[in-house]
Design a protein around this ligand. Sequence first.
Ligand SMILES: C[S@@+](CC[C@H](N)C(=O)[O-])C[C@H]1O[C@@H](n2cnc3c(N)ncnc32)[C@H](O)[C@@H]1O
Length: 307
Amino acid sequence: MKIFHIPVLKNRSIEFLQIKKGGIYVDATLGGGGHTETMFEQEKDIRVIAFDHDKDAIDFAQKRLSQYSDRIIFVNKNFSYLSSALALNRITKIDGILFDLGFSSHQIDQQRGFSYTQDDVLDMRMNRNNGKLTAFEIVNFYPKEKLEQVLHDYSEDRFWKRISNAILQSRKNKKIETTKQLREIIENVIPKDKAFKTLSRIFQALRIEVNKELEALEKGLKSSVEVLKKGGRVAVISYHSLEDRIVKHFFKYENLECVCPAYLPRCVCEKERRLNIITKKPIIPTEEEIRENSRARSAKLRVAERC
Ligand SMILES: C[S@@+](CC[C@H](N)C(=O)[O-])C[C@H]1O[C@@H](n2cnc3c(N)ncnc32)[C@H](O)[C@@H]1O
């Protein structure tokens, strides 16, 4: 029996897209296909272009969504290739796009090393056909400065330096091969009561580096504005402050009419306001949703509309 995990902010995120008959929508992060399915439940007469760089996710969702197969184009690519993938399918403009960032529950179940609660190989690639960089490579072979930078910049955890030193020390004796080994190295140098948060953040840092997640997000957001029709909406569900900050700043920048320095007497920047911000504050899940779906715990939804 297949278990369908509940999509985070399922109804609210899709409501904000204002799905309309005949529209073309992009699900930039198909995963288990839950949000795409919700789009079709709202309006059958739409087309969806569904991206996921993980082939297993595409295969899984293709089966789940088979009843809509004539209205979905599956794209097994990183959403940073949004514009070119749409162009290849002769689509120039879309009515809305959803990003539900990060990794899926299915990917955790597949033992690729995303979770410190399991004992898996240190892989963490969401797209296993893409390159050789794995969490194993980072912890065992990144030079000190680069390892420190990843842990510092992407975990934002105050124990990053201690943990980096512990990894550097430990790898001198023996390769760090599994999530369990890494977890023990970390737990040995941090206070017990901080273990849960710190482990999540350090694992997050490695995953971000392996999958170049923040670069992809910046590219994906930029492309989405290029392809959205006037009135079309971009909705983004993020799960940590690094992602949310990128989304928030991007929306703010695209909402500005002018970026000229204040001392200039008149505007010379020719900047165009391209987005209206719909959610002044991020939408967060209700307590009930968090009880039902612990992954929703840290989710934040931001929505903007193309002017
Ligand atoms: C949180 S899950 C999405 C869950 C989905 N909304 C659902 O309802 O089942 C995120 C998915 O996006 C994919 N993903 C993350 N970053 C991506 C990127 N840059 N390009 C393409 N897919 C990406 C992951 O492989 C994962 O399957």
